[in-house]
Design a binder for this molecule. Structure first.
Ligand SMILES: Nc1nc2c(ncn2[C@@H]2O[C@H](COP(=O)(O)OP(=O)(O)OP(=O)(O)O)[C@@H](O)[C@H]2O)c(=O)[nH]1
Ligand SMILES: [Mg+2]
Length: 291
């Protein structure tokens, strides 16, 4: 008979750019979600497994909620997060970037969080940056939460404490994911999607302003070639030719930069030499068709 442990689903929610994906990666000590200084980097809720002697946590990293839904991408993304909150979660972690003051966006999330009738943890993130701090403007929330914790997701401050609190609040149950041989803790993204995400992260890094929101990335093929070389065929898809030209850049400089940075990270991650065949194409309908 299985020994009884703590087990359950834990959703991480918060404004865009509050550090949710960084938190997930650093709790797991492995990159499963891409991160960037630009808001709305995460587009699909990513589920990943954390195991230790106390039990099993299935984290769900959600896309940051936008208050003003001004484009089709944001609209679809917000819906995905709202769906996660309606699902069977056991604990909710609400991440607040204490360097940013409360505004309509934060209020919208506070409203969503209040509607979730589960144990909740309030986590102030980016505590490594001392000023400005708007914690006094959020204190009123603390009485609505089971626990409050101050963390730095980026610098691993108090992440153990946060995980302790999660285990305290999780129900007793059986392991949800029984397999021990998972290559990556992420359970709802396959290799093609993960590689596409890495390329999208680099596109977010190098492209300015609204360009990242115009695009998505797709991996069509991963093949083993001679002498341990991995061949990856991928596309950046954007809504217009104008954006396509910006993504390619003068004499192809931008696309080369995105490709080179992606290849480097993938080579380190897989410990293999990679040939990345990266192209850019226009499809004005990708948002309806692919997101
Ligand atoms: N200084 C500092 N920066 C942080 C911390 N946590 C995250 N960041 C930075 O904040 C930015 C956003 O981090 P993400 O993890 O992508 O944020 P997110 O909440 O997942 O954002 P969306 O997916 O867009 O909703 C990145 O540049 C991170 O490096 C932290 O504890 N301290
Ligand atoms: Mg994210």
């Amino acid at each position: 008979m299985d020994e009884k442990i703590k087990a359950g689903y834990v959703a991480i929610i918060g404004r865009p750019n509050s550090g949710k994906s960084t938190l997930l990666n650093n709790i797991l000590k492995q990159k499963v979600a891409i991160t960037s200084p630009k808001p709305q980097t995460t587009r699909i809720p990513i589920q990943a497994v954390y195991n230790d002697a106390r039990g099993q946590i299935i984290f769900i990293d959600t896309p940051g909620i936008f208050a003003k839904v001004f484009d089709a991408v944001a609209k679809k993304i917000n819906l995905k997060t709202e769906q996660v909150l309606k699902k069977n979660i056991d604990v909710l972690v609400y991440l607040i970037d204490h360097n940013r003051d409360r505004n309509i966006e934060e209020n919208k999330i506070i409203g969503l969080v209040r509607n979730v009738d589960k144990p909740k943890i309030l986590a102030y993130n980016k505590m490594d940056i001392k000023h400005p701090s708007y914690i006094p403007h959020y204190r009123f929330l603390e009485s609505e939460f089971n626990k409050t914790v101050e963390i730095s997701a980026l610098f691993n401050k108090n992440l153990n404490l946060l995980v302790n609190y999660i285990f305290e609040l999780l129900p007793i149950g059986d392991k949800i994911i029984k397999r021990e041989d998972l290559v990556t803790p992420a359970i709802n993204i396959d290799s093609k999607t993960f590689i596409a995400e890495i390329i999208r992260e680099k596109a977010y890094l190098f492209l300015r302003k609204e360009v990242p929101y115009s695009l998505t990335t797709v991996v069509d093929e991963i093949a083993d070639r001679e002498e341990g070389l991995k061949y990856i065929k991928a596309r950046i898809v954007t809504v217009s030719d104008r954006y396509k030209r910006m993504i390619i850049g003068d004499t192809g400089r931008m696309i080369k930069e995105i490709g080179r940075a992606s290849r480097k990270e993938l080579e380190v991650a897989t410990n293999q030499k990679i040939y990345l065949d990266l192209t850019v194409e226009t499809n004005p309908h990708w948002i309806e068709e692919m997101l």
